[in-house]
Design a protein around this ligand. Structure first.
Ligand SMILES: *Cc1c(COP(=O)(O)O)cnc(C)c1O
Length: 432
C-alpha cells in the first residue's frame, strides 16, 4: 500500500557498507541514483508488479529489472520451469535441446531473423554484431545515433545515452581514440545527417545501428519515414541496417519494433526480455550474414556460459507467456492508461511535460517538447525530475532513477496499480 513516510534505515546501512566493497556501491552505475539524488533502496525480493526493500517497504515497480520482467517478477510458471531445469544442472557448455527451442521461437517471432546466436548480455550481442557488420561488408565505419546505447563496448561509447548521460561523461576515459575513430554519430530522427555521412564516405560505412524506439535517452519514438529512410539509404550504399532491439524486442510487440513498424533490418540484437530475468543476449538476422559466424564461418565469437540451460528455460517460458492471446493488447491498454494519466496529472498541476508509450514502454519528460532526439530530451528539467522521482519513491512507486530512461510495465500490473500510481503522481506533482 501507499508508503507516505518510509523508513529506509537498513537500505542506508547496506548501501553505506557497499561503498567500501564495490565502486560506487553498485554493480552498474545508474543504480546508485546519482542523477536523482538521495539513496537507492536495497531490494530484498520482487514478485509480480512489486518490490520489497530490506526495510519491508513495498513499491509498485516500473523498472522491471530494466526490462526483462515483462510477465511480472518471479512469475510462478517461470520459477517452476527453472526449478525443473535446475535439477538437470546449471551449465552444460555443450549443445542442448533448449537452445533449439528458444532459437526456433526467436526465428518464428522476429520477421528478419533466419539464424540466431545466443550470448550473455546485450553488450555482448552489440559487440559481436559490429564485428559481423564489419566482416560482412569489409568496411570499418559504423553510424550510431546520439543518445542511443548499445552496451559498454569501446566502439559504442560515443554519445551513448542514459548511463553515460546520467554521469555527464561525454564518453569514458580508457576508451582509446582508435576504438571510436570509426564510429560516426548523427542526431536521432535526422535522415539528412545520415545521408551526409554516407555521401562523405560512400564505400566505408558498414552499417547503421539504432534503437528503433529509443529508451536510453528517455522514451523517443521514430518520426514517420525515419526507419524507412534508413532502410533505403543503407540499401543504396550497400550498408547493413541493424536494429538494437535489446530493449524493444518482445516488448513493444512480440516481433519487436520491426514487426510494429514493418521494417526488415539485416541484423538484430536482443537481450533483456529474451532471458526472462536471467543473463541472456542474442543476435541474429539474414542467413547469409549469420553464416559468417564461427564455426560456420571465419568471424570469431564465443562464450563459456552462452546458451546456458537456466537462461534458455527462463527465456522460453517468458516467450510462451507472452504468446497468450491478448498479452500485447493488455500491455498497451494499461501502459497507455498510465502514460495518459501521468501527462494529465502533470498538465493539471501546471508542469510542462511531454511523453507517451508504445506497448509496455513509456516515458515522461519534464519539458514541453516535442522530443525528437537527445538534444530535445536534454531540455528537460532534470532537477525537477529528481524531486518527482524522490516523491514517488517515498510514496511507494519505483521509477527508473534518471530522466533519460524509459519506464516499463508488465502483465502483472493491474488497472488498480496504474490508477494508484497516477493518484500518487498527482499528489507529488502538486507539491513540486
Ligand atoms: C540494455 C541495453 C543494452 C545493453 O544490454 P546489457 O545486457 O545491459 O549489456 C544494449 N542496447 C540497448 C538498446 C539496451 O537497452
Amino acid at each position: 500500500m501507499v508508503n507516505t513516510t518510509i523508513k529506509t534505515t537498513k537500505s542506508q546501512e547496506v548501501f553505506a557498507a557497499a561503498q567500501n566493497l564495490m565502486p560506487g556501491g553498485v554493480s552498474s552505475p545508474v543504480r546508485a541514483f546519482k542523477s536523482v539524488g538521495g539513496q537507492p533502496i536495497v531490494f530484498d525480493r520482487v514478485k509480480g508488479a512489486y518490490i520489497w526493500d530490506v526495510d519491508g517497504n513495498q513499491y509498485i515497480d516500473y523498472v522491471g529489472t530494466w526490462g526483462p520482467a515483462i510477465c511480472g517478477h518471479a512469475h510462478p510458471e517461470v520459477i517452476s520451469a527453472l526449478h525443473e531445469a535446475l535439477e538437470k544442472g546449471t551449465s552444460f557448455g555443450a549443445p542442448s535441446v533448449l537452445e533449439n527451442v528458444l532459437a526456433e521461437m526467436v526465428i518464428a517471432a522476429v520477421p528478419s531473423i533466419e539464424m540466431v546466436r545466443f550470448v550473455n548480455s546485450g553488450t555482448e550481442a552489440c559487440m559481436a554484431v559490429l564485428r559481423l557488420m564489419r566482416a560482412f561488408t569489409n568496411r570499418e565505419k559504423v553510424i550510431k545515433f546520439e543518445g542511443c546505447y548499445h552496451g559498454h563496448a569501446d566502439m559504442f561509447l560515443v554519445k551513448a545515452g542514459s548511463g553515460v548521460a546520467t554521469l555527464g561523461l561525454p564518453d569514458s576515459p580508457g576508451v582509446p581514440k582508435s576504438a571510436t575513430i570509426s564510429t560516426l554519430t548523427a542526431p536521432y530522427n535526422d535522415l539528412e545527417a545520415v545521408k551526409a555521412l554516407f555521401e562523405e564516405s560512400p564505400d566505408q560505412i558498414s552499417g547503421v545501428i539504432l534503437e528503433p524506439v529509443v529508451g536510453n535517452a528517455g522514451f523517443i519514438t521514430p518520426d514517420a519515414g525515419f526507419l524507412e529512410g534508413l532502410r533505403e539509404l543503407t540499401h543504396e550504399y550497400g550498408a547493413l541496417l541493424v536494429f538494437d532491439e535489446v530493449m524493444t524486442g518482445f516488448r513493444i510487440a512480440y516481433g519487436g519494433a520491426q514487426e510494429k513498424f514493418g521494417i526488415k533490418p539485416d541484423l538484430t540484437t536482443m537481450g533483456k526480455v529474451i532471458g526472462g530475468g536471467l543473463p541472456v543476449g542474442a543476435y541474429g538476422g539474414r542467413r547469409d550474414i549469420m553464416s559468417m559466424i564461427a564455426p560456420a564461418g571465419p568471424v570469431y565469437q564465443a562464450g563459456t556460459l552462452s546458451g546456458n540451460p537456466l537462461a534458455m528455460t527462463a527465456g522460453i517460458k517468458t516467450l510462451e507467456l507472452l504468446q497468450k492471446p491478448g498479452s500485447y493488447e493488455y500491455l498497451e491498454r494499461i501502459t497507455k492508461r498510465l502514460a495518459d494519466g501521468l501527462l494529465k496529472a502533470a498538465q493539471e498541476t501546471g508542469h510542462a511535460v511531454c511523453g507517451g508509450n508504445i506497448s509496455a514502454m513509456f516515458g515522461l519528460f519534464f519539458t514541453s517538447g516535442p522530443v525528437h532526439n537527445y538534444e530535445d530530451a536534454k531540455k528537460s528539467d532534470t532537477a525537477k525530475f529528481g524531486r518527482f522521482h524522490r516523491g514517488m519513491l517515498e510514496r511507494g512507486v519505483y521509477l527508473a532513477p534518471s530522466q533519460f530512461e524509459a519506464g516499463f510495465t508488465s502483465l502483472a500490473h493491474t488497472e488498480e496499480d496504474i490508477d494508484q500510481t497516477i493518484a500518487i503522481a498527482r499528489d507529488v506533482l502538486s507539491s513540486l
